[in-house]
Design a protein around this ligand. Structure first.
Ligand code: GLN
Length: 281
């Protein structure tokens, strides 16, 4: 039952309009206005001829590859000034380079990413996204490129030491994530507070509105570094693998990305990008 949260959410998203489902359009516009590459595209959109020229240039250069993400998840994807940076954007750029294509990044709510991919608004989703059986109903996943686990963030003086202590606690999560599923399993639906951004969950924890946050390990470490008075429990509550999502049955895109990923793994590019953002201790 709980396991169907993704499926139900995605089905609801697809039934409703995309815009109504997480404000993808608004977020994309914001990203377009704030990222250098997309400012050009947005400006070009003002006149049809300019748009055609940009499009023609992109086609001549191998076409545009549109990535859907949620840039609220450092070190995987986040804003630095007006630019979306992080591990996933760098891997995506390296893939686009291999394919001779121009990368465009669209920022949206995490639970809008799969609908954007299934509807063709985006060519792929890359967002520290865990390979998950329920998601596989809607998208195909590429080969994996990273491992992760869910962890618990608590206040430094908290008595919560691990998942065994969470059953009657208020847990903050990011809506539609594997952390959402895990927390719901551990504490029950009524104890889970769902936020659009991990940061909002962390703020709620700092304000004592909730007792813990369940989120992926690397973002948890970043949140704890950036906010006084928090710690990460040592328990790794899950073993997860990240991959890129493409539309179900889009074997052409899947094969292209897997081909590029294979080369980028073999030539050390993926490791170098990972080490840049998550230096080994
Ligand atoms: N890895 C988690 C998931 O796939 C969280 C991803 C995210 O919040 N960007 O659900």
């Amino acid at each position: 039952m709980k396991k169907n949260v993704f499926a139900m959410a995605i089905a609801a998203c697809m039934a409703a309009s995309l815009a109504a489902c997480g404000g993808a359009d608004t977020a994309a516009t914001t990203a377009a206005q704030t990222t250098g590459a997309q400012t050009t595209a947005a400006e070009a959109g003002e006149t049809a001829s300019a748009e055609e020229t940009t499009q023609a240039e992109a086609e001549a250069a191998g076409g545009v590859l549109v990535m859907a993400t949620n840039a609220e998840f450092a070190p995987w994807e986040y804003y630095e000034g007006g630019d979306i940076v992080g591990i996933d954007p760098e891997i995506a750029q390296a893939i686009a380079d291999k394919l001779g294509m121009t990368l465009e990044i669209e920022d949206m709510a995490f639970d809008s990413i799969i609908p954007a991919v299934t509807s063709g608004k985006a060519d792929f989703g890359a967002a520290g996204m865990t390979v998950d059986e329920d998601r596989k109903v809607f998208v195909d996943f590429t080969d994996t490129y990273a491992n992760a686990s869910q962890v618990i963030i608590v206040k430094e003086d908290s008595e919560i030491a691990g998942s065994k202590d969470l059953s009657d606690k208020k847990i903050g999560v990011q809506l539609g994530t594997t952390g959402d599923l895990l927390a719901t399993d551990l504490a029950g639906d009524s104890n889970v507070e769902r936020y659009n951004k991990g940061f909002e969950a962390v703020q709620a924890l700092l304000q004592d509105k909730i007792d813990a946050v369940v989120i992926d390990s690397a973002p948890a470490n970043v949140f704890v570094e950036q906010n006084e008075g928090l710690k990460v429990c040592s328990e790794a509550m899950s073993q997860e693998e990240y991959a890129i999502a493409v539309a179900k049955g889009n074997t052409e895109m899947l094969d292209k990305i897997n081909g590029a990923l294979k080369e980028l793994k073999e030539d050390g590019t993926i490791d170098a990008i990972m080490n840049k953002y998550i230096p080994a201790e």
